[in-house]
Structure formats: structure tokens, C-alpha cells
Design a protein around this ligand. Structure first.
Ligand SMILES: [Zn+2]
Ligand SMILES: [Zn+2]
Length: 280
């Protein structure tokens, strides 16, 4: 079996086996109504010079009656000042989703919770009990995520993935297709895209976030990029722990459907729609 076939087989779940918790899998029919804006408010890659870079990741998802934060970066004050630089407010965030336990994704949470009384926090059930107790003390509601679930209309979690370090990614069902946002993609970005496909049953218009490819040989990165294309991914926006070298390879493989993502980058559905249309 060549490596690329192996990767695809892994991705399609042939080797990993069936989806856990299938009995609880929600219906993935519901989509976000109206427009949607994704704002990267914490990242180690520069984009908008008004914001500061730092190691970590956070993305705010806003739509009509929808305000969800995915990851919180490593530092609360920096997260808030980056939001301010874009004219965004933390108030009104209804749900905070933490991809995994690493401090560059959870470090901003404490400062944020002081501003968000009664917010619902979605975290992998494998998080330490002490962490869950601390956030409850701040008045947050905790939803422990095991299998895939709906967070609000059109917004879903892939469910906990990975054998060692557990991680969840965010799925957005929109009029331009499914968007997948990853924190670090420790379980493997190909596996996470395959899960997204399995859950939604259709192609993925955009995969954005940390792809965890730092230091990987170029040939392997290229195979991963091609595996994503093989899984029907239209556009990619690798940032955070993807690495400069991997970003270069993805740019080569995806051409005009590579999105440069860094701190302060905002992406709306219209932009994605334009790229998806041009591909046809
Ligand atoms: Zn990270
Ligand atoms: Zn990580």
C-alpha cells in the first residue's frame, strides 16, 4: 500500500473503525441562516498590523443572532486588545468552544469569563476535572463533548477525536457548504476532514486553523494537501501550528483557493462563495 493510499484509507475510517457515539450523532441538516464572518483574533502569523501576534489560536464566528468563540489564544489581555483593534466586543458571545487542553488555546479563557457571565463552554470531556471545576466557579455552564453535537443552529462539534491528546473541531454548515475550523489538528487534519465529511455527507468548502505540520518533510505535507483535495476540500487557510514551509506547499497545491490567514484576517461567506464558484 503506498503512503498516499494509506493516508486516504486512514482518513476514510477504514483503519480507524466506525465513528464513536454514532447513536448520538445529531442531524447535520440545519445551516446557519444568512451571512457569517470568521475573524481570526489570535494567531502567531501576522496579517493586520493593528493586531499583535502571539503563539496560539482563536477565531470569532459571527452571524445573524450567532456569536461563538473557538479557542481563546494564550493570553486574555492580548485576546481582548486584538478584538478591540477590529472593533469587536466579547459581550454577547453565547458559546466558547475549546479545541483541546493546550495553553495556547485555553490561556485567554479566565479573563474572558469575567466578561461573559453564564456563557456555555464546550470542552472535550477528557479535560481534567480541576479545569471544569474552575470554569464553573466563574459562573460558566460546562458542556462536556464526547460525540458530535450541535452547539447552535448550523454550528456543530466534530466530537472528541484522537487517541492520545483529545481534540474537537468546529463545523459550520452554510449556504456555501461546510466550513471546518481546527485548533491544532493533533488527531491529524486529514482525519478531521474525513470526520467532517462523514458527518455532513458533502464536500468541504473551507478548512482553516492549525494543521499541525511544523517540521514535517515537504513530501509528506504535499501528500496531506493532496489527500485534502481528494476529500473534496475546496479552499484552505492553514495558520497557527501549520508552519511556513507547509503554508508554502499548500499555496502551491491550492493556488487561488489558498487563503492567507493570520491575526486580524476576516473571512465572509461572499469571499468563500467567490472561490467555490470560480472552481466550477
Ligand atoms: Zn496550538
Ligand atoms: Zn496543541
Amino acid at each position: 500500500m503506498t503512503r498516499s493510499i494509506l493516508l486516504l484509507a486512514l482518513a476514510m475510517g477504514v483503519i480507524l473503525g466506525p465513528l464513536e457515539g454514532r447513536g448520538e450523532v445529531p442531524s447535520f441538516g440545519g445551516a446557519v441562516k444568512g451571512g457569517l464572518t470568521l475573524s481570526v483574533i489570535y494567531d502567531n502569523n501576522p496579517y493586520d498590523p493593528r493586531l499583535s501576534t502571539a503563539w496560539g489560536f482563536s477565531c470569532l464566528i459571527e452571524g445573524a443572532g450567532l456569536k461563538v468563540l473557538f479557542d481563546t489564544g494564550g493570553d486574555g489581555p492580548l485576546l481582548l486588545s486584538n478584538m478591540e483593534a477590529l472593533g469587536l466586543r466579547a459581550e454577547g458571545i453565547e458559546a466558547v468552544v475549546l479545541s483541546h487542553i493546550h495553553g495556547d488555546h485555553t490561556g485567554g479563557l479566565q479573563v474572558l469569563l469575567r466578561r461573559l457571565q453564564g456563557v456555555t463552554l464546550y470542552l472535550p470531556q477528557s479535560f481534567p476535572q480541576g479545569f471544569k471545576d474552575r470554569v464553573r466557579l466563574h459562573g460558566a455552564r460546562v458542556r462536556e463533548v464526547r460525540g458530535p453535537l450541535e452547539i447552535c443552529p448550523g454550528v456543530y462539534s466534530t466530537g472528541e477525536m484522537g487517541r492520545g491528546l483529545k481534540e474537537q473541531a468546529l463545523l459550520l454548515r452554510t449556504r456555501v457548504g461546510t466550513i471546518l475550523i481546527t485548533g491544532c489538528a493533533h488527531p491529524g487534519v486529514v482525519q478531521m476532514v474525513a470526520r467532517a465529511r462523514e458527518l455532513t455527507g458533502g464536500p468541504i468548502s473551507l478548512v482553516m486553523g492549525g494543521f499541525h505540520l511544523l517540521g514535517l518533510p515537504q513530501a509528506e505535507v504535499r501528500e496531506i494537501a493532496r489527500a485534502l483535495r481528494g476529500l473534496g476540500v475546496c479552499c484552505v487557510g492553514p495558520c497557527h501550528c501549520s508552519g511556513q514551509e507547509a503554508r508554502r506547499v499548500f499555496r502551491e497545491e491550492f493556488g487561488p483557493r489558498f487563503i492567507e490567514v493570520g491575526v486580524g484576517r476576516r473571512i465572509g461567506l461572499k469571499e468563500i462563495e467567490g472561490m467555490v464558484r470560480r472552481r466550477r
